[in-house]
Design a protein around this ligand. Structure first.
Ligand SMILES: N[C@@H](CCC(=O)N[C@@H](CS)C(=O)NCC(=O)O)C(=O)O
Length: 306
């Protein structure tokens, strides 16, 4: 039986991020909204325009901006919500001016000649280059750590992000229940989580992914945080500690307790989910079918046992 719509809404909203365009927008109201947004929001005089929606990929940029601000950077930004459930990100103005790949987040920097930037890894590196160059608030002065940071950003960008995204799709949104696909992406995501866990166990134990000693909070942590924090949605795992990643669990909490990150996650899908009574059970229930034995196999085993 389906849960009430209010309970299902967060899952459905995120799930649409991986729906093909034809499935994601078909209603009359979506056509109305599409016409309304046909030209996109007006240009700003200055500052950054962030094209956003409340998803794990966008959260990376929200955390970076809020962290830079809380650490004293004077940068300013305006968010333009892009309703991806209505496929606004696939409209011609968006493809032509903002992101040819039709995805969010993307931004336009009106301080620098309306420079557009798309892909989260690229946006983080852009912020570091133009808004954090001299103070090294969220990156490193020494080249060794800076290079290590870029490696972890790319590891997330080409590894954990896409894998967890696909796992989330097959768990929550795919029109058919494909157990093979769901297991494949969940298992690969878990393998990558182990890479993070091992990293955090190095030396005396690390607080953050990169930097001397226990490390320093950087764009590497920001890139990885939002998708790892979304584990109840993407992997149907209520607890990272119970799943065997206690250091990663503490790392998520450590980041959530920073003023900038805390502001960015306020009221987001995962925060709301965790506010619901019995959420852990709901999450476990969501993933149960993936690990249940196929009926045919059960039958076969019963026959063998006779
Ligand atoms: N590799 C991209 C992924 C961006 C992405 O997948 N964004 C999702 C939202 S989390 C999206 O725009 N989905 C809508 C669509 O696929 O049309 C990045 O890091 O920026």
């Amino acid at each position: 039986m389906l849960a009430p719509l209010r309970t299902r809404l967060p899952w459905l909203l995120l799930a649409t991020t991986h729906l093909p365009a034809s499935l994601a927008s078909s209603s009359t109201s979506s056509n109305y909204k599409a016409r309304r947004m046909a030209t996109g929001p007006p240009a700003l005089e200055s500052g950054i325009a962030l094209y956003s929606y409340r998803t794990p990929n966008v959260l990376k940029i929200n955390v970076a901006l809020e962290e830079l601000k809380s650490l004293g950077s004077p940068l300013t930004w305006v968010e333009h919500p892009i309703d991806i459930s209505q496929n606004v990100q696939k409209q011609p103005w968006f493809l032509a001016e903002i992101n040819p790949n039709g995805r969010i987040p993307a931004m336009v920097d009106y301080n620098r000649g309306a420079q557009r930037v798309f892909e989260t890894g690229s946006i983080l590196l852009y912020l570091s280059r133009w808004y954090d160059a001299e103070r090294y608030l969220l990156h490193f002065e020494n080249d060794r750590d800076e290079t290590e940071m870029v490696s972890w950003i790319f590891f997330q960008h080409g590894g954990y992000g896409p894998m967890a995204g696909q796992a989330g799709h097959f768990l929550n949104a795919a029109p058919v229940k494909d157990r093979y696909a769901a297991r494949r992406y969940i298992d690969e995501s878990k393998r990558l989580l182990q890479v993070y866990e091992t990293r955090l166990a190095e030396g005396q134990g690390r607080e953050f992914l990169v930097g001397e000693g226990r490390g320093k909070f950087s764009y590497a942590d920001i890139a990885s945080f939002s998708w790892i924090r979304a584990h109840p949605f993407s992997l149907a795992l209520p607890s990272l500690t119970h799943a065997g990643y206690p250091l990663l669990d503490s790392w998520v909490r450590r980041i959530e307790s920073r003023p900038g990150a805390a502001k960015a996650v306020e009221g987001d899908m995962i925060s709301r989910l965790k506010g619901e009574e019995g959420w852990e059970e709901k999450v476990k229930e969501k993933g149960r079918w993936v690990w249940e034995e196929e009926e045919g196999q059960k039958e076969g085993r019963k026959r063998d046992e006779l």
